[in-house]
Design a protein. Sequence first.
Length: 238
Amino acid sequence: MLWRVFKYISHQFFFRHRKGHGIHSPYIFEFVNQILFNSAGIETPAEILGEHRRMSSEYVFVRRASVSTRYGSLLYRIIYWFQPDMILELGTGIGISTIYLSSGAPDTPLHSIEGNMERATIAAQLICRCCPGPVSIHWGEMEKKLEELLPMLPPRFVAFVDGNHHYEPTVVYVRELVDRAGDEAIIVMDDIYWSRGMLRAWKEIGSWPEVKVSMDLFHSGILLLRKDLQKTDLKIKF
């Protein structure tokens, strides 16, 4: 849509902090420089990249409905760096993002919710082939399954939100996640410029006092909930 194209062009003109330059917080600089732009040289496992390529050739919709290798590798690096106590994924799809997330911390439990039974079945098959770690796929209505999983969510977690691309459910899901967070957690939101509603949700969530750092990468957004950080909003060309 033309609106999204216009927003993308605007993002290219108004981004800042390329590779961490101008960021004063050591924690945020490390995240942007070493994890976002991978100055740390963290390599995504070849077998995961191979499975992604194979799935892309087998299923036509993978290129449109799943993360790219670039963003999948970013998810892997975030998990590898942060080593959360639990990973939660809202929107399994066919499991591409799931294997990136789980491979970053193979011993960490990952719970993923998918509302489409056919896609959940394909994802389960992919995960069985890769065996990246203790992964559980929960098939069913997003709201109901999230309600069941929230009591299990520890204070230190990473959540990847890629389920319902509308304003109201997105705000509700992220609000519930933020309320469960302890002193440090990370939430990654996919497709924050998917629609005007998603952008509205992203801006509203970024204004919450619990959200200390928001990073707008255009195709996705990252929220850092570490309580000792100062309020910071970053627009980054990734």
